[in-house]
Design a protein. Structure first.
Length: 88
């Protein structure tokens, strides 16, 4: 069998319907239809040469956005005062 499921330490993001995603690697050469794909019960990406490309296609397909890191609440920002010159 040329296809195998590859486990990941962190779970892959679920699809919009809530199905768990899994990473499948087809060991055939790319010209023969091999590559990486991400699939769930209701959808799958096309095969890509790199897993990162398959995951990006999965996120684009299901409109999964990576959350921005929130700024730390314990950081105090002071006003910037430029030295020299005079105020108007």
């Amino acid at each position: 069998m040329t296809q195998r499921q590859i486990p990941h330490e962190e779970p892959l993001p679920a699809c919009r319907a809530g199905h768990a995603a899994r990473h499948i690697f087809d060991a055939r050469r790319p010209g023969a239809g091999g590559g990486h794909l991400v699939e769930c019960a209701c959808s799958q990406t096309r095969k890509h040469a790199e897993f990162a490309d398959a995951l990006a296609a999965w996120k684009r397909m299901h409109r999964i956005r990576t959350p921005r890191p929130r700024p730390a609440a314990n950081v105090v920002q002071l006003g910037l005062r430029l030295g020299g010159g005079h105020a108007r």
